[in-house]
Structures are given as structure tokens and as C-alpha cells.
Design a protein around this ligand. Sequence first.
Ligand code: PMP
Length: 406
Amino acid sequence: SLHFDVEKIRADFPILKRKVNDKPLVYFDNAATSQTPQQVIDVIVDYYSRYNANIHRGVHALSQEATDAYEQARIKIQKHFNIPNAYQTLFTSGTTHGINMVASGFASILEAGDEVIVSALEHHSNIVPWQMLCEKTGAQLKVIPMLENGTLDMQAFDRLLSEKTKLVFVNHVSNALGTVNPIEELISKTHNVGGAVLVDGAQAAPHIKADLQALDVDFYVVSAHKMCGPTGVGMLYGKEEWLTKLPPYQGGGEMIDQVTFEKTTYAGLPHKFEAGTPNICGGIAFGAALDYMNAIGFDQIAEYEHELLEYATSRLKAIDGLRIYGDIPNKTAVISFNIKGVHPYDMGTILDKLGIAVRTGHHCAQPIMDFYKIPGTVRASFAFYNTKDEIDTLIAGVERARNMLV
Ligand code: PMP
């Protein structure tokens, strides 16, 4: 990319200067968590150095400064995802928390005989909370099967949908394969039968700026740590009608209107869902991370990452016995692969010796591994601060490991 100055961007990330096993770090585990630019680190240091205080209660100056910064961050997140109101932009501890909030709320809505639909491509965090919900309510869990190329069987989805369908939950992008799911179609078809849709945006958010009003999605969840922010903070968006209808997730301070021992009344949105002292600094840093990425531009990021993806895909495919899972055009910069006769763990261990960080294993998506009848894959996932030189280092490492192990 002509306009994309990756060396300038890399200078923002102190961790990229580090060595691992005496080799320059090549960080290709971005789908697990992304790295943090100095601009975001500075915001974290500034918070604890200058205005660390609890929010929403104090009249004192520090508390007001912290409250203002936290609420400004909420508005940044709201704007980024084109959410109608700040009070529909709920802070969570991450994607897992957001999904559990919705799943636990639906326990008071679903009844025996209702049906909910999951996809075969989900992360465990978008499977297990719904299984727990089904156990509690007697609702039935149906699964959209996947196809050999790592996409969803949408004809099977059409057959699963009915008036009994109350809720569909799918990821926007699969963390194990990087494939982009047809969420627009899933949303409109589910709405046609009167159901609601939760989209797990954890893997999409670092690459795709989703317009949640245009998508008309009912719930959308993300984690800040996948998009240059800190761990332990995320966002749950919900349509107003749903957030009003669902009961609070946790009881505690900050989420009440009046408390007496006879009866407690709950605060309005977003406080109803934000009991207890939140990750204040994390929320503020999440806002800073969005500022950082938006200053580069999501279109530029997507274009550059796509170049990396195409380059790495074509070079990996040239290696004897190497198979890429989910090798379709519509994907983010994730490559999940195996080499015939090589256990992914052995490959990962050799790459680590060479300073290359990849993820190996089932990627919290065991049903996908079962589908392909494999123990796991090697997953290289790229971010906008990675380079073609680093991909060359990966290719050399994979070839070396192959020669040692096959
Ligand atoms: N869903 C997907 C698609 C993910 O990739 C992840 C993170 N690996 C999660 C959910 C869970 O996110 P977190 O661990 O941040 O709650």
C-alpha cells in the first residue's frame, strides 16, 4: 500500500522491539489478543497518575474527571459502532461477559418448546452460555452446520428457522478460520420469523467497522483487547426494546434506583446492567484505542491486512502438504493451517524457538476441529502492524519445521 507507512505505525508499539529466544519477535497471534500502542499505554498511565477515582458517586474533582473520561469513552464507542444512544452502549468485561449477560436475561423470556440457533463456527463462549440457558428453560438448541470450505450451510439454516425460533447467535468472523459470516442475511431472515440475533463481533471489530443500526442487529458484543485496547473491558450493544425488557444481570451498587429491604427498584440504562465498580481505566483506554485505529482508518487497515493475507496465503500454499482451512475470499487476516504428518503443537513449538508467536490448538472452537477430524490447527493471525518481511520469516520457519518433522 502506497499510503500505509507500516514502519511509522510499528514505532508506536514498544513490544514489537522485543526479542524472543534471541530473535526479533514476530507476533502473529493477534486474533488471541492484539498489541497496545504507546498512545493507549500513555492514557492508562495518565489515568493512574492523575485522576484515579471511583465514578458516578463523588462530588470531588477527581471523581468527576474520571466520570467524564469514562462517559466520553462510552460516546466514542457509541459513535464508532453507530449506536443510536450512549445508554445502549454497555461496558462489559469482554465478549464472554456480554454474551452471558444476554443469555442469562433470556432465561426469563424463553419457554420450553422455544428454539434457539447457534452456528457450527462458534467460539465456546458463544456456545456454552446458551447450552446453560437451554438447560434452565427447556428451550432447544439447533445448530447451523458448516461446509468443507469453512462457510455456513445457509440452506440448512433456512430449514432450521421457524416461528419457534426466538434467538440466533453467530459470530461475525470466525476466530478459528477468519471466515466472514453472512450476518446481514442471518439477521433479516431471523427477523422475518420474529426472532432476535446476537452477533459476536470479537474477531470482526479489529478489522471491520460495523454499523450496528444499518445491520439492524439486536445485540452485538466485542472485546477491547482484540483492537489495541486493554484486557478486561468490552462492549455490549442492545436494541432499546431488548435492554428494557431484559432483567438486570447482577445486583449491586450503581445499578439501583432505591434500595429498601421490602423492595429495590432498578436504575435506568445503562446503569441497570453496570453493577459495581467497573474497569474505569480500561473503558477510557478502550476509547483511546478506537481513536488510535480510527486515525489510521479502518479502510486502510483492511486494505493493508488483505495484502498481507494474500501474500501469506499464496506463499503458504506453495509448501508441500500444507492445507489451509477456510480458504475463501471473504475473510479477515487469519490463516489456519496444518501440514500433513505434523502435529500443530510441534509446529508451534519450533516457531516459538524462532521468535514467531502463533496459536496452536482448537482455538476454543472444538466443533470446527471435530468437523475436520483434526486435533487443532496452527493459526497465524495478522494485524496492521505486521509486515511482509515477518511473513517471510514465518514461511522460512514453517519450511524448517516441516523438514525437521516430516
Ligand atoms: N468470541 C470470539 C469469536 C473470540 O475470538 C473470542 C476471543 N478469543 C471470544 C468470543 C471471547 O472473548 P473474550 O475472551 O475477550 O471474552
